[in-house]
Structure formats: C-alpha cells, structure tokens
Design a binder for this molecule. Structure first.
Ligand SMILES: Cc1ncc(C[n+]2csc(CCOP(=O)(O)OP(=O)(O)O)c2C)c(N)n1
Ligand code: SF4
Ligand SMILES: [Mg+2]
Length: 351
C-alpha cells in the first residue's frame, strides 16, 4: 500500500475559514515517510498556509518529481489537482500545465536530488522563464529514497552517516535561483514553521517564479555529526535576515514593530509583505547585494534564511508571451480556428 486514507469525519466545532473549510479539508493521506522526517513538517506548513490564505483546494495544482520529498503531495491538499511526474521533470510538466491554464495556483515540490542533479536543467529553465509558480525544494543533502547517497547540495567536506567525506563542491540552489532571475527567493528550515508558513503564503501570492529552498533533515541518513543538513547543525548556524508577516487586506493587522525596522512591500494582488529586519544591513530588494551577502556568510559557515529577494512588480511567462486569459480547454472553435484571413495575415507578417 503506498498511501493510507484519513478518516473524513471531524469534530463539528472544528474552526473553519471563510470558505467553510477546516484545516483537515486541506490535508491529504496519512504520511508513510519516516517518523520525524523534515518533509512532513513542510507538508504541515503548506496545509497551514493554504488554509490561512483561504484558497479553494480545486484552484491549486501540485506537482512533483521522484523522491521522499516528491511523495509528499500525497500527504497534503488531497482535494487539489496533482501530478507526480518522473525524476527531475516536475518543472517542465508544471510549465506546460501553467501555459495551458493560468487560472490555477501552481505548487511544485521537489528534492535536492530531483532539482540539483537529474532535474538541474529543468529547474534552471523554469526559473529563468519566470513561470508563475511556488517551487519548494525539500533539501536534505542526500538521496533519501534511494538510501542516503550524497546529493549535489551536500556541502564539500560534510560526512555521510558511515563517515565518508564528500569532496565535491555543493550547489547552492538559492544562489542559482538569484542568478537565474527568480523574482522571489527564500530559504527556510523545516524545523521553523513560524518562519516557513508566511514564506509559503507570500510565495503562493507572488506573480512569477518564487523559489524556496527549505532545509529538511533526513533523520534516517543525514542527521549525524559531520552533516551540515542535520537538525543540530542548522539550528546552530541559522542566521535569519528578517521575519515576515503577510498582511491580507481583509485581515486585522497584528504585527507591531519598532519604527525603522520594518519594510512594507505591496505585491500585485494587493497583499502586503511586512518584513521585520533582523540583520540591519540586509536589503531584500537588491539582487546583487543579496548574492554577495549569501556568499560572504556561506564562507563563514552560516546558513542565511528568510526572504532573501523579492521583486513585487515582477512579470511572469504569460506577460512575456502575451497569452490569452482563457484556459486553452475553454477556448471556442472560433477562437482556435480563426480562418484563412487570419492565417494569411500571420504569413504576411513573417515575410
Ligand atoms: C530516471 C531515474 N533515475 C534515478 C532514479 C532513482 N531515484 C529515485 S529517487 C532518487 C533521488 C531522490 O533524492 P531527492 O530528490 O533529494 O529526494 P529525497 O528522497 O531526498 O527527498 C533517485 C536517484 C529514478 N527514480 N529515476
Ligand atoms: S529516508 Fe530520509 S527523506 Fe526519506 S522519509 Fe526517511 S527521513 Fe525522510
Ligand atoms: Mg534529498
């Protein structure tokens, strides 16, 4: 059995959002991952984020590749559209689905093996094209599903459970996403749901390629001394540059910060990202400075987390291609077959 269905009944007084859905309505099957796996905490943060954003489950399309991380869409948003692709191919399938129907909210979930090895090219091109999506890598530095080989995000010098040293340079997916032009870039930790949940909410509301690298320890193969992706190592080296509140216009605003320490960023859909600065010199609107800051801190062995870069006025792939608003499967025959006069006009424009 690959999944275990959850019982559908729940306490009649369970809180609901304005759509009448409980948090349970955004859950999926019972997880079959190892108890304590970081990936399950990310699933919980996704459920919380979508419940709080009050997105109807049928408006979400969740896609993944292959790996323990890529299995997780089975464990959240059970009433949403889902597509489990082959290893490393989530980004191209997501791009195709997004081009066919821009009405859905696209959530891609992947692993460090899935995105930084076999799917590295796919990751790169979906980011540089500005596909409107939230792309989460559940990064544990190993191939968890195939029993703990080093992945391309394992840090040079880190040790496997059996003491083998990794001599290859690690790929930093956050640095790559910044370089490739992602318009929302964040790093978080599966053990910090207070940081992760608002980041997922903000990413889902962002128009353009939103990338979150979420360090997610594999308790089975990469949670020992010598690993740089263990719970202890990440807790000790975590340097958060800011903390985030997503302020939806309909909700009361609770956040109160000292004047001068908070930056407000308004995104396309009207919601406001309220960023509380923890590192006074950090500016998330400056891509080049963000890249330099990350490199500097990485050299000191620090793991920089938080919202690292955001361009609230970003355009997405549809803006660049000037596509129609109507999903392709809803276009009428007249729109799809515009006739010989329209064809002649196109041919003329190409001469
Ligand atoms: C084409 C192909 N090559 C190799 C595999 C074997 N394989 C399955 S999962 C995986 C790596 C998974 O690692 P990651 O994406 O980091 O996910 P994790 O299990 O660590 O969450 C590999 C190599 C496969 N399924 N398909
Ligand atoms: S092997 Fe690792 S990544 Fe896979 S479920 Fe177990 S703890 Fe999680
Ligand atoms: Mg992995």
């Amino acid at each position: 059995m690959t999944y275990i269905a959850k019982p559908r009944f729940h306490h009649p007084k369970l809180a609901t959002n304005s759509l009448g859905f409980t948090r349970r309505d955004y859950e999926g099957s019972v997880s079959t991952l190892c108890a304590g796996c970081g990936h399950d905490s990310i699933s919980a943060a996704i459920i919380q984020a979508v419940y709080e954003l009050e997105i109807p489950p049928h408006r979400i399309a969740k896609l993944s590749g292959i790996g323990c991380s890529s299995k997780t869409p089975d464990y959240f948003l059970g009433a949403s559209h889902g597509f489990n692709t082959v290893h490393g191919r989530m980004p191209s399938v997501l791009t195709g689905a997004n081009l066919a129907n821009k009405d859905l909210v696209y959530l891609g979930v992947s692993g460090d093996g899935d995105s930084a090895s076999i799917g590295f090219g796919q990751f790169a091109h979906s980011i540089r094209r500005g596909v409107n999506m939230t792309y989460i890598v559940e990064n544990n530095g190993v191939y968890g599903l195939t029993k703990g080989q080093f992945s391309a995000t394992s840090d040079k010098g880190s040790k496997s459970k059996k003491g083998v040293v990794n001599h290859d340079a690690g790929i930093d997916l956050v640095a790559m996403a910044l370089e490739l032009g992602a318009t929302f870039v964040a790093r978080s930790f599966s053990g910090d749901k207070h940081q992760l949940t608002p980041l997922i909410k903000a990413a889902l509301l962002h128009r353009g390629a939103a990338f979150i690298d979420c360090i997610s320890p594999c308790i089975q193969f990469n949670n020992h001394a010598g690993s740089t992706k263990s719970f202890d190592y990440v807790r000790e080296h975590n340097e958060a540059v800011n903390s985030l509140d997503v302020l939806i216009p309909r909700e009361p605003i609770h956040a109160q910060y000292e004047p001068g320490t908070t930056t407000k960023v308004t995104q396309h859909s009207g919601e406001v990202l309220s960023l509380h600065k923890l590192a006074s010199e950090y500016d998330p609107s400056d891509r080049v400075a963000a890249m330099a800051y990350l490199a500097e801190k990485q050299a000191l062995g620090e793991i920089v987390t938080g919202l690292l870069f955001v361009d609230p006025a970003a355009e997405d792939l549809h803006d660049r291609l000037e596509t129609v608003d109507t999903p392709l499967n809803a276009l009428t025959d007249a729109a799809l077959v515009p006739g010989s006069a329209a064809l002649a006009k196109i041919n003329e424009s190409l001469r």
